[in-house]
Design a binder for this molecule. Structure first.
Ligand code: GLY
Ligand code: MN
Ligand code: MN
Length: 373
């Protein structure tokens, strides 16, 4: 990402605020703040705010208000020219009020970060009692939804690390039997790092047998058993961008008889949905393509979630590939295609890859074997 990337994003956000009938936006440590500044920080109890006033295209009047202990970091790591600080022992609400006043943001309509903690939205209300409020996603979701070349490069690399880890899992084979879900999740984390990833992009899911029937099971102490399908859903980050991939594997022995039919249906559903992806097609149509296959196989009621979600700095973001979403796909959008079938008390089966919409279809970011062995 070049030095100009974040400043350009701030300028585009500032220009779009007027169209959204808003006078400014305020972020706190979040993926939105990271998108606009490059600064990646966990939210904390100290007031850390980015205010972006609406502006004609070309202006970057964004201002950071940060705890004094962060000053050197944000000056070194961001291109935001206006950085204000408040020190421990000073009143951050007064500093917030001054920030809004100096940027002309104590009246009109302001958009706040969708994930902003209530403690900060309450302080913003106190600092600007006459303002009406909306959400930053009104402007930022549409900016973030199409990925630029640098973002796509990072997403491809993160996907490659996940692919390589799937290949490692297949090689592990019968040696996985007897490991606990937790041990296998840790093993996956190590392999993702060995393949160039940084950390895990979300809590690794290792769902053996009936645990796999809970789509977001996480991992526990249950041991991996022969003949049991195991839902393996994981990802890592490269240059801040995540992967998110699922394979459902049987490490040893033969799975229950129904499993092969279920797996085949899920695999066909995933292929049908990926085939449906091209510019101009709606997100709902991609969901419908996957759902139709699973319904025809008799498992419609067991496909209990949407077909996919956008992936960017957030692992779940727009566009959501779900019934009712008439948003048309555009080149540069990246999302998961992850149909699944979940049979309570028995097993789950999900196959998930990421795709990027291209000029005439899509490119799969993941390309490892989708079989269950
Ligand atoms: N893993 C499916 C979803 O969250 O939509
Ligand atoms: Mn996933
Ligand atoms: Mn996913």
């Amino acid at each position: 990402m070049t030095d100009d990337t974040h400043a350009d994003r701030r300028r585009r956000a500032a220009a779009r605020l007027r169209d959204a009938d808003a006078d400014g936006l305020v972020c706190f440590p979040s993926r939105n703040l990271q998108y606009l500044t490059g600064f990646d920080e966990e939210p904390g109890e100290r007031h850390f705010l980015l205010a972006v006033p609406a502006a004609a295209h070309g202006d970057d009047a964004a201002t950071l208000l940060v705890p004094a202990l962060y000053e050197t970091q944000v000056r070194e790591e961001t291109t935001v020219a206006a950085v204000r600080t408040w020190a421990d022992g000073e009143d951050p609400v007064a500093a917030t009020r001054d920030l809004l006043a100096d940027l002309g943001l104590r009246e009109g309509r302001l958009l706040v970060d969708d994930t902003m903690w209530a403690t900060f939205t309450q302080d913003l209300r106190a600092a600007a009692p006459d303002v009406t409020w909306g959400l930053a996603s009104e402007v930022l979701a549409d900016l973030r939804i199409r990925k630029d070349d640098a973002e796509l490069t990072a997403l491809r690399e993160a996907a490659k690390a996940a692919d390589a880890t799937v290949r490692d899992l297949r090689e592990l084979g019968a040696d996985a039997v007897g490991m606990s879900e937790r041990e296998l999740a840790d093993w996956i984390g190590d392999r993702l790092a060995a393949h160039g990833g940084t950390g895990v992009s979300f809590g690794t899911i290792v769902g053996g047998g009936p645990n796999g029937a809970k789509p977001h099971h996480g991992h526990g102490d249950r041991e991996i058993r022969a003949g049991e399908p195991v839902v393996l859903d994981f990802g890592t980050r490269v240059d801040g961008y995540p992967s998110d991939q699922t394979r459902t594997l049987v490490f040893d022995g033969d799975p229950p008889p129904a499993y092969e039919r279920v797996h085949e249906a899920v695999r066909e559903a995933q292929a049908a949905a990926v085939d449906a992806v091209e510019p101009g097609v709606t997100a709902a149509a991609v969901d419908h393509a996957a759902r139709g296959v699973i319904e025809a196989a008799g498992y419609g009621d067991a496909f209990v979630h949407r077909t996919g979600h956008g992936v960017g700095l957030d692992v779940h973001e727009e566009p959501y590939i779900v019934a009712g979403n008439d948003r048309e796909l555009e080149p540069g959008m990246v999302f998961s295609v992850e149909p699944g079938v979940y049979l309570d008390g028995q097993f789950g089966c999900r196959i998930e890859d990421l795709v990027v919409v291209t000029a005439d279809g899509c490119e799969r970011l993941n390309d490892t074997d989708r079989g269950w062995r």
